[in-house]
Ligand binder design. Structure first.
Ligand code: HEC
Length: 140
């Protein structure tokens, strides 16, 4: 192949890949919130959802008692389908009202602490997942 042609293809390729990589949506939370959330999360949530929000490997398979294991919160399961207010409500009420068994933490956390917990969880979400959450109205 002629060197000039090869260079042309390289340039076209670079331009195309830049156009495809859109600016990642900037996050609503700060590093301080993630750090505060990490401490709360490790104490109250990691035992079930895993230290890195990875959940249980077999989270889609019901256990012998018919209940589902704790899902990942790292963006690979459903947590990103829930807007902010619903995530906060899940922390308060747990999973029982929805037929699950996660304990509720009503009265345990301040609004700021719930936001920090969500910030920590979302710090594990890839940019595409975060952008999809915002697109669905996640910030409401
Ligand atoms: C005793 C185990 C347990 C603890 C502790 C726990 N969870 Fe859960 N969590 C679950 C289970 C199980 C589910 C799935 C729904 C159900 O069965 O209640 C769930 C669901 C969720 C969901 C919804 C996920 C989705 O895909 O829709 C969120 C968000 C969540 N938990 C956050 C937290 C946070 C934040 C904490 C700590 C403050 C926490 N959980 C502590 C077991 C737990």
């Amino acid at each position: 192949m002629h060197t000039g042609t090869r260079f042309g293809i390289l340039v076209v390729g670079l331009v195309a890949s830049c156009a495809l990589t859109a600016e990642p949506a900037s996050r609503w939370y700060s590093e301080e919130q993630v750090a505060a959330g990490r401490v709360l999360y490790q104490e109250h949530c990691a035992g079930c959802h895993g230290p890195n929000a990875e959940g249980t490997a077999d989270w889609k398979k019901p256990r012998p008692d018919g209940k589902y294991p704790p899902p990942p919160l790292n963006g690979t399961a459903h947590a990103w389908h829930h807007r902010m207010s619903v995530l906060k409500r899940t922390i308060d009420r747990g999973g029982v009202p929805l037929g699950g068994w996660m304990p509720g933490f009503q009265g345990k956390f301040t609004e700021a602490e719930k936001e920090a917990l969500i910030a920590f969880i979302q710090s594990h979400w890839p940019d595409e997942v975060y952008a999809a959450w915002v697109e669905r109205g996640g910030l409401k």
